[in-house]
Design a binder for this molecule. Structure first.
Ligand SMILES: [Zn+2]
Length: 328
């Protein structure tokens, strides 16, 4: 910073401080707003516009959910200045390719209580309408990813085609699997069916098989284990890549240091841990920008590998590149 700019900054700071003093005495009784900031974060990926959408947060008793002694989880949370229950983000991602408006996951809708289900209001706050969404790609069919598809049985994205891996659909939309599921798990099947079936019945569900290009610039990347057909997505434009991880990680305070630790929601814990390590290693090696559904919103950053552990490096908050600096 040149001394010229520095001295200007100090001058502005001094003026602001004087103003602050005056303002605080004049407006001390202003009521607190108590409203959160709209939950979206936008950036350009090559020619694509990416908008991270918050569905809200949910308190998860991760000390009970992880396949790890509770006291070890509590200690790891403490070391990360957190505690159980952990307030976990639920993030979805909207990608405007210029030709298609693509939504990856839809939040929980009304399936997960009042602290989630904010995706629709944040989508609108970000300047889009649900009718504009052309394609919805599901990472998997757990309620916090499919719940936003419908509200009171009514389709919320009337012009969208919903896609998921064929194995994922075959698992969760099967009446036979629902009938034979343990009582505690039946709700997962029922909620997946309630959310996705209206699209199936309307002829607006199109499954895919494994890793394929779905629309130009969007490719599925199988990362099975968390569920039978859990899928990550690769978004690519002008040589820039974003890998949407889905649910490859739930508790960063634990699973970055111990990627072998799995969670009660994993259908096949061993395969889930193997997918995590495989995809994380690749993302770290190739320095790929990644985004994850349950990392703190907006959940976008890089994974740095150190031996067998990882560090999460969140993106620097930055302006849209097309935005011109405002003159002062
Ligand atoms: Zn999830």
């Amino acid at each position: 910073m040149s001394s010229n700019i520095l001295s200007k900054a100090i001058r502005i700071g001094t003026v602001a401080a004087a103003f602050g003093l005056a303002a605080s005495s004049a407006f001390a009784a202003a009521p607190m707003a108590r409203t959160p900031a709209p939950g979206y974060y936008r950036f350009m990926l090559g020619n694509f516009e990416v908008t991270a959408l918050s569905d809200g947060t949910v308190d998860l008793p991760v000390d009970q959910l992880l396949h790890e002694p509770a006291q070890k989880t509590v200690a790891a949370l403490h070391a990360a200045f957190q505690k159980a229950p952990r307030q976990a983000s639920d993030n979805a991602y909207l990608v405007n390719t210029g030709k298609r408006l693509v939504l990856v996951d839809t939040g929980a809708g009304d399936l997960f209580g009042p602290t989630l289900g904010k995706l629709m209001s944040n989508l609108k706050a970000s300047g889009y309408q649900p009718e504009q969404v052309d394609d919805i790609f599901l990472t998997h069919m757990h309620p916090d990813h499919v719940g936003g598809l419908v509200e009171n049985h009514v389709v919320q994205f009337p012009n969208a085609v919903v896609h998921a891996d064929r194995l994922e659909a075959a698992y969760w939309l099967s009446q036979k699997n629902l009938d034979s599921a343990a009582d505690a798990s039946k709700g997962f099947f029922e909620e997946a069916m309630a959310s996705v079936d209206p699209y199936v019945q309307a002829g607006k569900f199109r499954p895919f098989d494994g890793g394929v290009e779905l629309v130009p610039g969007v490719r599925s990347y199988p990362s099975f284990g968390h569920t039978a057909g859990h899928t990550s997505y690769v978004i690519e434009s002008e040589g820039k890549t974003l890998l949407l991880l889905g649910d490859l990680i739930h508790v960063p305070a634990v699973q970055l240091d111990h990627p072998n630790v799995t969670i009660a929601f994993d259908t096949d814990p061993e395969e889930a841990a193997a997918s995590r390590t495989k995809v994380f290693n690749q993302a770290a090696r190739e320095r790929t920008l990644v985004a994850a559904a349950h990392l703190p919103f907006p959940g976008i950053g890089h994974l740095r590998a150190t031996g067998k552990t990882y560090q999460w490096v969140p993106v620097d908050y930055s302006r849209m590149p097309a935005e011109k600096p405002q003159p002062h």
